[in-house]
Write a protein of this length. Structure first.
Length: 142
């Protein structure tokens, strides 16, 4: 498996546009430096590039397609590789996938029609076990 960081985005405040960055500092037990998720139980939001492409190709958009915004976009991870408890080595950092996952909303068109949404399966949250600097292009390994 060859996976790497495709994009990094920091969100200084909830609801505001993100800042695309080439490099970020992850702080142990806190998350991304100067991100509004910092210190929360959802320290980092991760999504795979494959799921993003799937979302872009969908004729009908789910409610979270515009709401869920990842901090780390990963290219090359197959579906199902990020269950809770899995640890990822990314640059100088180690992340652990948390037990909490993105949930579907009752008012989502896809959810109410019983459509399988890959976002709910493959968008995950992580905590920072060991901090460090990560960069776009860094390898990601389990």
């Amino acid at each position: 498996m060859t996976a790497n960081i495709a994009a990094l985005t920091r969100y200084p405040a909830k609801g505001e546009p993100g800042e695309a960055l080439r490099e970020v500092k992850l702080l142990e037990d806190l998350g991304m430096e100067r991100d509004f998720h910092q210190g929360s139980e959802r320290q980092l939001c991760l999504r795979t590039a494959e799921v993003r492409r799937w979302m872009d190709a969908q004729p009908q958009k789910g409610i979270c397609f515009g709401r869920f915004r990842e901090n780390i976009l990963i290219e090359g991870l197959p579906d199902g590789t990020l269950p809770p408890g899995v640890r990822l080595c990314v640059g100088e950092a180690i992340l652990q996938i948390s037990a909490e996952r993105k949930r579907c909303h009752d008012d989502c068109k896809l959810f109410s029609q019983g459509v399988r949404c890959r976002l709910s399966e493959c968008a995950v949250f992580a905590i920072v076990e060991r901090g460090g600097v990560i960069q776009v292009g860094d390898g990601v390994s389990l």
